[in-house]
Write a protein that binds this ligand. Structure first.
Ligand SMILES: [Zn+2]
Length: 219
């Protein structure tokens, strides 16, 4: 399975769906991360691209950059084109992106651009962020046993973890437990689904079962 995770800034993806991406990786799925900006604002944030590369290496994910300016991601045109071409190039079957309700303009823009670019994708899940507004999850990914590794991914973004009150590892851990409680598992990540086609695993009948079924239908 080909998985694409899209985030506005370095660390958005890990916070929103780090555990889901770890699970995809363990299942042997090909994971690509598309980070739309390098998060370069003040001089002290210069470390962010390197930190993103470290987190992608931990996930064994392919890392791509959208090349937009921090704070100025457009919700249409060029951003839609970048996401569309990444979907085509990676053959993405599952897409993770920002949820539309968010106080950060870049997060809202990425949510809108993804909705347009992924109009033909059958599975689009929107993750929450520390700046989400009115997030109301409909889908959950079981994150049991993956929370420590998820915290490790976020720790790779040290410059943010150290300076940014919005990235709080204790809160991330508590959030995983609370979302797990809502999902009736121990730990979980939560999503709003734009679209989610559920493929029920096909039941394989034995030859005996097939002939019994044929007899039954002949009656
Ligand atoms: Zn962000």
């Amino acid at each position: 399975m080909n998985v694409l995770a899209i985030g506005a800034h370095p660390d958005d993806i890990e916070l929103g769906c780090g555990a889901a991406l770890l699970a995809h990786g363990q299942a042997g799925h090909a994971v690509t991360m598309l980070v739309m900006t390098a998060g370069l604002g003040p001089a002290e944030q210069r470390a962010r691209p390197e930190e993103q590369e470290e987190a992608a290496a931990l996930l064994r994910a392919r890392l791509e950059w959208g090349g937009f300016e921090d704070g100025r991601i457009p919700p249409d045109g060029p951003a839609v084109q970048v996401i569309e071409s990444t979907i085509a190039r990676t053959g993405a079957e599952v897409i993770y992106t920002h949820a539309p309700g968010d106080s950060h303009q870049d997060h809202r823009a990425v949510a809108a651009a993804t909705a347009a670019a992924a109009r033909r994708t059958q599975r689009v899940l929107c993750y929450e962020s520390p700046t989400s507004l009115g997030f109301s999850p409909t889908h959950f990914v079981d994150a049991d046993g993956l929370v420590e590794a998820k915290l490790g991914l976020i720790r790779a973004h040290l410059s943010q973890v150290m300076k940014n009150g919005l990235v709080d590892l204790e809160a991330v851990e508590a959030q995983a437990r609370f979302r797990g409680f809502q999902a009736r598992v121990r730990h979980a990540e939560a999503f709003e689904a734009t679209r989610f086609v559920w493929e029920i695993p096909q039941l394989r009948h034995t030859e005996e079962q097939v002939s019994a079924l044929k007899k039954e239908s002949a009656l």
